[in-house]
Design a protein around this ligand. Sequence first.
Ligand SMILES: Nc1ncnc2c1ncn2[C@@H]1O[C@H](COP(=O)(O)OP(=O)(O)O)[C@@H](O)[C@H]1O
Ligand SMILES: CC(=O)OP(=O)(O)O
Ligand SMILES: [Mg+2]
Length: 407
Amino acid sequence: MSNPTRVLVLNSGSSSVKYQLLDMSDGARLAVGLVERIGEETSRLVHTPLTGDGSAAGRERTAAVPDHEAALKAVAEELAADGLGLDSPELAAIGHRVVHGGLRFSEPTVVTDEVLAEIERLIPVAPLHNPANVTGIRTARALRPDLPQVAVFDTAFHTSMPEHAARYAIDVETADAHRIRRYGFHGTSHAYVSRRVAGLLGKDPAEVNVIVLHLGNGASASAVAGGRCVDTSMGLTPLEGLVMGTRSGDIDPAVVFHLERVAGMATDEIDVLLNKKSGLVGLCGDNDMREIRRRIDEGDERAQLAFDIYIHRLKKYIGAYYAVLGRVDAVAFTAGVGENAAPVREAAVAGLEELGLAVDAGLNAVRSAEPRLISPEYARVAVAVVPTDEELEIARQTYSLVTSAAH
Ligand SMILES: Nc1ncnc2c1ncn2[C@@H]1O[C@H](COP(=O)(O)OP(=O)(O)O)[C@@H](O)[C@H]1O
Ligand SMILES: CC(=O)OP(=O)(O)O
Ligand SMILES: [Mg+2]
């Protein structure tokens, strides 16, 4: 038999698993799916096998999925029902998104017991993400102990950040003793999107400077100069930076001492407050941008204020990264909000004409799954919408690692 060419990619988030099965011989997607609201009564699994002619018939089931292990087993069952099960001899590897790779991992890595232990050791700095990634790896390994499991780290792309961007201005000995520095996340997406933007401009990635705005439930901005990340908004953990669905992003760190000393809150409570009860949900009760826009259209003032705070922060980062880069060729919007919410793109760029930034209302309103420019012809800086594809990028890196290791 010829060598196996398929890669299963698992993108385990705090309450969801996104997955794709790809054939790397021709890049074809064989199945895509999502399990969401893991741990809730109303979990949902949507599994879509894709046929050669591109047609798709999704299957949906709603049932309580108590944890990530159960989620992965459900995914394995769905794949098996289409003859694409994990027992397939055509499977070459399983690629896992791992959010925190700390100082050690700057490349895709084949998971050994020791690598897994290091990913577990990093749980305190990615408490919402690394536990799910560990469970995903363990479960996949139990199902196919013979297959290489490859970890692709969110932090990897950001390891190129210069020291002056990566270091916090705190006592150096303390920082070094506890490996406190800015790591950055969503790196697979920032890398993929910044490269695609260069393609859209017909240029080599090494020639262009890009600000990437990854706006999903978690959100981060990055400044990419000639294909290398030079700054990003997330830090030691995925809490710093932009206003997110449930996370505060930047705050004065003294807010934490104040909540402890004056409000009598315990550290763990504050952690939950800032990670799960803040951001858009803390400001207006909703973290879904669709719902927030709907409420704004009905005249809801709390939703409007939440939106304004979200945009204000975004605009500050565009300005900051403009200054960091000196010359900007493109600003790219990606992920759930960035790809779909035209009002967010319009508002983030509004008033920045002096910086060469503008959005064409007609182009901005177009809905498409393709990367596209939304800036007017005359604008000095291109504004783009680039759908991210973390799974494809993880599959490529996974396949390239296992095929190069075989030679
Ligand atoms: N059509 C849409 N209009 C506006 N916002 C959307 C739309 N579709 C998705 N979103 C936003 O995208 C978010 C999810 O983004 P996604 O990148 O999938 O996040 P994550 O990977 O962090 O789970 C949702 O919470 C919602 O706010
Ligand atoms: C790192 C991070 O915030 O990831 P996500 O957006 O998937 O929550
Ligand atoms: Mg995401």
